[in-house]
Design a protein around this ligand. Structure first.
Ligand code: FE
Ligand code: CA
Length: 518
């Protein structure tokens, strides 16, 4: 390997040169792509690198006022062994600029990556300007990645006129093309919030528009190849290239309806601990996250602030769960359901969340949540995987939400869209916030289930609106006075780009819990 410049490991925090006042005295060339620009030479001479290194695109995430994470993974053969990469250490140069042509570089540096992390790279930018749009890219071996657009959050406590947010969930690859992502990217949101089911672990099914690459995934190698398949989709890449993402996961990033250490099927117990470790590792390798796995865990719950406008609280409803009561799916109610020991968040996360809610100063408190929180009884049965399976903890959370100025819970998982009044039915308390459930990007429910679910849920008064028939995403415009949300529906999931239209629009007004259809 032959290159000069500082050798930095992937873990080192790389500091923008502009922040150090170096940009004015650094040489600046005119090279594009692999050329020498700014202070760090392109690591051009790495022998044996195949073409198409950046087949998975780039991504950014976790915007703070002073920076964000940028990500890529070298995988010229996304579903092949090792992503098609030789087992060598590869130096990557990264650049961040205030223009998409990279004339005004504000930071660059080098990071190296190896097969031990599937040739992924995470760079955490610091000391950038708040409330500013940036562009970023990676280069190595004369190859240049696509350019991503991202931004920093406004300064802590700063006034903010408006935040444009897209939120989405559930992108089963076989079920259809990612029409919704092309339209979501075209919205040019400030931020994308993803609520889980980024991949699905299942094998290949027939009669669907697309095919998975393998049978059910259970090993690190298999999880990596599955992420390779999903991330090779150019429409998903468009959405990553458009804005920073704030991500959480649900169950399918590991296995359907798993709960903490418990697999869906008890017969899987002997392998499940290692399977979860592998799934968490692969998740981190493919997402722009500030944290990394340690001792089989990944600390995903966190808060982010958007100036004085929004406090985001990102929940992890999977890693610390107690096993579902009664059944791990829809089942007739049983006494265990109301046991106070049932927990979705785990005691540490629950205490953390209650502390964050009590101390947060944002106009809107927005929870990035996985499964339905508004009660959804199916006659005498409940979906025990939803918050209905954890009602005592839900009551405690709702009483914490009662103490914040405006509580909004974003929800995924259900492959249906809805608006719910958050209200503790066990105490008859007033409405304390609004649940906004977005439908799936592509995942569907069978028509028979869709019809049964719709019959039940549309008759429930706490669900102000509900639609299980559409695929799409949701977009919100948040101001100090109003939280406006459009539930977007796409008309087709074919390889030809279909249209997206507004299914329905709702408004939440500051200080007035409960959404109003507009
Ligand atoms: Fe799903
Ligand atoms: Ca799910």
């Amino acid at each position: 390997m032959r290159y000069s410049g500082p050798r930095l490991t992937r873990r080192e925090v790389l500091i923008g040169m502009a922040a150090l006042g170096l940009s004015a005295c650094m040489p600046r060339g005119t090279g594009e792509g692999g050329g020498y620009v700014f202070g760090i030479p392109d690591p051009a001479a790495v022998p044996g690198l195949p073409d198409g290194l950046f087949a998975l695109g780039v991504a950014s995430g976790d915007p703070w006022p002073d920076g964000f994470v940028i990500w890529t993974r070298l995988a010229p053969d996304p579903t092949g062994d090792g992503g098609g990469m030789p087992e060598i250490t590869v130096p990557l140069r990264w650049q961040v600029a205030t223009d998409p042509g990279f004339a005004d570089l504000v930071a660059d540096g080098e990071v190296s990556t190896t097969a031990s992390v599937a040739h992924s790279a995470h760079v955490t930018l610091r000391r950038l300007a708040p409330n500013t749009t940036y562009w970023y890219r990676f280069t190595t071996g004369g190859q240049t990645s696509p350019v991503g657009r991202t931004r920093t959050a406004p300064a802590a406590g700063a006034p903010v006129d408006q935040l444009k947010m897209v939120f989405a969930t559930c992108q089963h690859y076989e079920s259809g093309y990612y029409t919704a992502w092309s339209h979501a990217a075209a919205e040019a949101p400030d931020v994308v919030v993803f609520l889980g089911d980024y991949i699905y672990e299942g094998g290949i099914s027939s009669g669907r528009p697309r095919r998975h690459n393998s049978s059910e995934i259970k090993t690190l190698d298999a999880y990596r190849k599955r992420y390779g398949l999903y991330k090779s989709d150019h429409r998903l890449q468009e959405a990553h290239h458009a804005a920073p993402w704030i991500l959480t996961w649900d169950d399918h990033e590991v296995e359907n309806n798993y709960a903490g250490p418990y697999p869906q099927d008890p017969a899987d117990d002997p392998i499940f601990a290692q399977r979860r470790i592998d799934a968490y590792q692969a998740y981190w390798e493919h997402q722009p996250l500030r944290v990394e796995p340690a001792e089989g865990a990944l600390l995903l719950y966190r808060s982010l602030q958007w100036g004085s406008l929004v406090d985001f609280h990102v929940l992890d409803g999977r890693q610390y769960r107690s096993d579902q009561a009664c059944s791990n799916d829809v089942a007739v109610d049983c006494a265990d359901r109301t046991s106070p020991s049932n927990t979705m968040l785990g005691s540490t996360q629950k205490a953390w969340l209650q502390g964050q809610l009590a101390s947060g100063g944002g106009r809107w408190s927005v929870l990035a949540n996985q499964v339905a929180m508004t009660p959804m009884p199916f006659g005498t049965a409940y979906n025990m995987d939803q918050w209905d399976g954890y009602p005592v903890e839900r009551s405690a959370l709702l009483s914490s939400l009662a103490g914040v100025r405006n509580a909004v819970v974003l929800t995924g998982d259900f492959h249906a869209a809805g608006v719910g009044d958050l209200q503790d039915e066990t105490t008859g308390s007033p409405i304390v916030g609004t649940e906004l459930m977005t439908t799936s990007i592509s995942s569907n429910t069978s028509a028979a289930n869709e019809s049964i679910i719709s019959q039940y849920v549309t008759s429930l008064p706490q669900w102000r609106w509900f639609d299980a028939t559409k695929r799409g995403y949701a977009r919100a415009t948040i101001t100090p006075d109003t939280f406006d949300v459009d539930f977007m529906a796409v008309d087709a999931l074919t390889d030809v780009l279909g249209t997206a239209s507004v299914n329905t629009s709702w408004r939440i007004s500051d200080g007035a819990p409960g959404a109003v259809q507009t």
